[in-house]
Structures are given as structure tokens and as C-alpha cells.
Ligand binder design. Structure first.
Ligand code: HPA
Ligand code: ZN
Length: 335
């Protein structure tokens, strides 16, 4: 199964670029920027990456992102992840980035977007990996701050496909961002949001009804409410599920108790994703490998998960068809 998973053509739909920051690269960039980080070794970093909840993780994640200063830093971070995509047969990836994590520290929006998008362009040409960008608003900050970010993004809007909503969920409901999501849609961005990771089902309702999202990041707590499950199915909206993130942040106690199979059985469209692979113990293929083992997923289950990843990508029709055909061929030839 490991080989099968490694070779399976797939897309990643839930990935924070700041969450791909591997310790080696963090040390290298911290050194060249002459920034002190509170760790002296990879072992010390690994020890710090023990989380009890989302907030525990976010505190460390924002600290790590603090060493990113120059366009070249954002380029290196992004290209390093895209190389891993090529190695894992990830054909397409939809990358979230958090502008406010950087603009709040005095780094310009332009620096961030130019570094990330240059790496995406090079990866398409050199590695054949396609990608698009999701600009995520930090929900612990104000709607006014999100509006400022939206404004800053406008000169670069041809480089951005969608908006997202991430960071501390509890106490920061989707309704807080009603107006900025409306303005974002008017600017041409597709609305997406994290919902139901730690927040309850009513946050998912808000994200659907108030923010009008087209995909749900996580969405685990949809299972609290059968009516909501039916609504998600009826609207044909996918969940971007992140198994190793769920155990790392104790959203799920044990992978064997992960609700993925239940979600599929109910008729929900589910995809597998890594979220913040440098922090949660595994890249995308490791997420597939571990969830396959824990839930005894079949080749057909894996194929259907990969199929959803292309089907619910924000790709244009032509490219989507091309990837789906490749996947179909792989499935038929490896039964
Ligand atoms: N949830 C919320 N915010 C985040 C996450 C997540 O899983 N990863 C990075 N920012
Ligand atoms: Zn996430």
C-alpha cells in the first residue's frame, strides 16, 4: 500500500505554506537573517512540537514564521515544499498563506506574494507541479485588519484565487468576517474557511450561510448535526480533512477513532491533506499511509480520496480532466 500511495497521482487542498517550514530550513534562514530563535537543535524543536490544542501550535507556528524577512526567504520556503510535492506525486496544490503574520511584523505584502508566486511559477516549469494561492485572513485579528489585507492584495489579484479563514477558531466565529468576505467575493476571490476543527457545527453553518464558502477546511464537527451533513452534501461542498493534524492538535484522540470512514459512508466528499506538515509529523503521503493503516482503507477508497482531491480543486476544467484521466489510468493499471 505504501508504494501504491506514493505513486498515486493526487492534489493537496489544505496546506499552510508557513506550516511547511522544516527545522533545517528555519535554522538556515534564521542564520542568514541574523535572527535568534529559541531552539539550538532539531531535537529541541521536536520537543517543543507537542501540542494540546490549536492555540499551543499557533503560538509556535507564528514564532517560526518570524524569521521570514526577504522575498528569497518566501521563495525558498515555497520551493522547498513544491519539491516535496513532486517527490510525492502531488500534481497540484492549493497553498494557503497568511499575509497578516508577516505584514504585522513590518514585512510588505509585495515581498510575501512575490516570493511565493515566483516559486510556484518555477515549480510549474521545472517540476511540472501546478499550484494556486489562497490568501487566508487571521480570525484572531479584527475584520478591519482583514479589510486592510484585502486592499493590499488588489494589485496582485491575478496571483490569488481564493480567500480563506484560519487561526484561533473558538471565540472567532465566521460571522465576524461577513463584510470582508462579501468584499473579497466582489473582488473576484473564491470564499473558503476553516470551520468545525475546534468550533462547533454552528460555525460551519455560519461559514456556509454567511460567508458562502465553497469548501470547508477540516469540518470534523459537522458530524454533530445530521441536518448540516445533509446540507453540505446537497450543496456538493468538500471537506479538506487533515488526519495527522487532527491527532497532533488532539481534535481526534487516536487515528483509529478518526471519523473519515464515517464521513465517507454518510456521503460527504472528503479529501486528505497535511495542513502543516513540518509541525504535525508527516507530509501528505504520510497522512494517506497512516490513515490507510488505521482505518484499513482499500485501494478503491484511496483512489476515491485522490479523485475528490482533483474534483474539488479550484482548477479550470481542462487541467482537472487531464489529472482525473491520469488518475483513472493509474487506478485501472494497479488493481
Ligand atoms: N487551524 C487553524 N489555523 C491554522 C491551522 C489550522 O489547522 N494551521 C495553520 N493555521
Ligand atoms: Zn489549516
Amino acid at each position: 500500500m505504501k508504494n501504491y500511495i506514493n505513486q498515486l497521482p493526487k492534489a493537496e487542498l489544505h496546506l499552510h505554506i508557513e506550516g511547511t517550514f522544516e527545522p533545517d530550513l528555519m535554522f538556515e534562514i534564521a542564520k542568514r537573517n541574523e535572527i535568534k530563535i529559541p531552539f539550538n537543535s532539531v531535537a529541541e524543536i521536536e520537543k517543543a512540537y507537542q501540542f494540546n490544542c490549536l492555540q499551543d501550535f499557533l503560538d509556535i507556528y507564528y514564532q517560526g514564521a518570524g524569521v521570514l524577512i526577504h522575498e528569497a526567504d518566501f521563495y525558498d520556503l515555497t520551493y522547498s515544499y513544491l519539491k516535496k510535492c513532486a517527490d510525492q506525486n502531488i500534481r497540484h496544490t492549493e497553498i494557503m498563506f497568511d499575509p497578516q503574520t508577516h505584514t504585522e511584523r513590518g514585512i510588505s505584502f509585495e515581498t510575501v506574494i512575490n516570493g511565493i508566486s515566483a516559486a510556484c511559477k518555477d515549480a510549474k516549469n521545472k517540476l511540472g507541479v501546478t499550484s494556486l494561492l489562497i490568501m487566508s485572513y487571521l480570525r484572531h485579528l479584527s475584520e478591519e485588519s482583514a479589510f486592510k489585507t484585502l486592499e493590499q492584495s488588489i494589485p496582485f489579484k491575478d496571483k490569488i484565487t481564493a480567500v480563506g479563514l484560519d487561526s484561533s477558531e473558538k471565540g472567532n466565529p465566521p460571522s465576524k468576517f461577513k463584510n470582508v468576505f462579501e468584499a473579497s467575493v466582489n473582488a473576484g476571490y473564491i470564499p473558503l474557511a476553516h470551520a468545525g476543527e475546534e468550533g462547533d457545527a454552528d460555525y460551519i453553518w455560519e461559514a456556509l450561510d454567511i460567508l458562502k464558502i465553497k469548501r470547508i477546511d477540516h469540518g470534523n464537527n459537522a458530524l454533530q448535526d445530521p441536518k448540516l451533513v445533509q446540507e453540505i452534501i446537497q450543496r456538493d461542498i468538500a471537506l479538506t480533512v487533515c488526519p495527522l493534524s487532527n491527532t497532533a492538535l488532539q481534535v481526534v484522540t487516536n487515528l483509529k477513532d478518526h471519523p473519515l470512514k464515517k464521513m465517507i459512508a454518510l456521503g460527504l466528499k472528503v479529501t486528505i491533506n497535511s495542513d502543516d506538515p513540518a509541525y504535525f509529523g508527516g507530509q501528505l503521503n504520510q497522512n494517506y499511509i497512516e490513515i490507510q493503516k488505521a482505518l484499513n482503507l482499500s485501494k478503491k477508497d484511496l483512489y476515491l480520496l485522490a479523485k475528490n482531491s482533483f474534483q474539488y480543486a479550484l482548477l479550470d476544467r481542462g487541467l482537472k480532466e487531464k489529472y482525473l484521466l491520469e488518475l483513472e489510468k493509474f487506478y485501472e493499471e494497479n488493481k
